[in-house]
Design a protein around this ligand. Structure first.
Ligand SMILES: [Zn+2]
Length: 383
């Protein structure tokens, strides 16, 4: 689909709380005069509005003003999984939640059809807001996933395996759900979304980075190479959780043995650790760590030490500027980062160990939301 300049400007403005001409020129990679004439046409046609940057009212006279799309206020829906539940939230263009709903997560094999109920609720919530309109729903999948193809079906359902992938259907989720609801639906791996959010939130552009997520639902990672997400050919790109550490280790739900995620679970299990927490309840560990529990801090640092080796190998291949660790666990993440740094220092080549920065995400727990807005704008950025 080829979009005209006016369509690109309008779509970019639609997902923004307010945008100026310089941002449009920079983000859409257009010459400033092209943006100026496009904005003039769209203002004259009443499709864009100039509003006061501080007060959001129609701009009068000189002073800083920003551009917004006219018509109902656009809403963006974000669907994600947390602790056995699927949660759907409506966001306004300031990326603030305005409504939310949650229900039991659908069976992983139910595919796109399993998400129809929660998206219906989201559509109903949006319909209760006459001044707003839902345009786009982003589905953030905590599993390997490739847009247009869905999830790799290969996974084990043997009994007694830990909870595995939340989505295991190989189908075009976006096409199916878009046809069902008449909305734009974008399905993406959750770590990829968060990495995208982090990439665009930074004033200094990052072109090469590894983004790591560590939470109750597992470990995920995303790779940004040469400025773009590296998704791989089957959606498995960046699935660091399933890197093998031990050929004879415990069986994993991916069908492999001794995967990194299984080893992390062993570390956090009561008995091997001096904490009374769920086997994979990293939030509980983080809370104990914040209360200066030395055992919890040790387990988090051990997780970091375990992650350091595969991250060192990955970094030797990719030579990233930075490894960014998601911050949904709060300050406790610093213990994980400290552990990564220790292993990194001895297991990565000196040039890599010295030059690759290790950072906590600057976005707190909002990276995924920011990423959802950015991915909605991906098509207009490219034109
Ligand atoms: Zn595995």
């Amino acid at each position: 689909m080829i979009l005209s300049t006016d369509e690109r400007v309008l779509e970019y403005a639609r997902f923004s709380g307010g945008v100026d001409r310089s941002e449009l020129a920079r983000e859409l990679d257009l010459p400033q005069p092209t943006v100026v004439s496009s904005v003039r046409r769209l203002l004259a046609a009443g499709r864009l509005l100039a509003v006061d940057a501080e007060q959001g009212r129609a701009a009068r006279g000189p002073g800083r003003h920003v551009l917004r799309a006219s018509g109902p206020k656009p809403l963006l829906g974000l669907v994600g999984w947390r602790g056995g539940q699927v949660r759907a939230t409506l966001y306004d263009t300031d990326q603030q939640p305005v409504a939310a709903t949650q229900r039991e997560a659908p069976a992983p094999r139910s595919g796109a059809e399993g998400l129809v109920g929660i998206i219906e609720e989201l559509v109903a919530q949006a319909a209760r807001r006459p001044d707003a309109a839902l345009h786009t729903v982003v589905v953030s999948v905590p599993a390997p996933f490739l847009r247009g193809k869905g999830a790799p079906r290969e996974h084990s359902t043997l009994r007694d395996l830990p909870r595995g992938f939340h989505v295991t259907n190989a189908e075009d989720f976006d096409g199916y759900l878009a046809g069902r609801f008449g909305l734009t639906v974008i399905t993406e791996n959750d770590a990829n979304l968060a990495a995208l959010g982090e990439q665009y939130a930074r004033t200094e552009r990052i072109d090469n980075a590894i983004y790591l997520t560590v939470g109750d639902d597992g470990i995920g990672s995303a790779v940004i190479a040469n400025g773009r997400l590296a998704r791989g050919a089957h959606g498995y790109g960046g699935e660091i959780a399933h890197l093998q550490l031990d050929r004879n280790g415990p069986l994993c739900h991916c069908g492999g043995r001794g995967c990194l995620w299984m080893r992390v679970r062993e570390l956090t299990r009561p008995g091997s650790a001096a904490v009374e927490a769920d086997p994979t309840n990293l939030s509980a560990l983080a809370r104990l760590s914040d209360g200066r529990d030395p055992g919890a801090q040790r387990v988090l640092a051990d997780i970091g030490r375990m992650l350091g080796r595969p991250l060192g190998h990955l970094s030797t291949f990719l030579d990233p500027e930075v490894i960014i660790v998601e911050a949904t666990l709060g300050a406790a993440v610093d213990h994980i980062i400290g552990g990564i740094a220790e292993t990194f220092a001895v297991e990565a080549p000196p040039v890599i160990a010295r030059n690759v920065r290790l950072e906590r995400s600057s976005l707190g727990n909002t990276a995924e939301v920011r990423g959802a807005f950015e991915i909605a704008r991906e098509a207009v950025r490219r034109g």
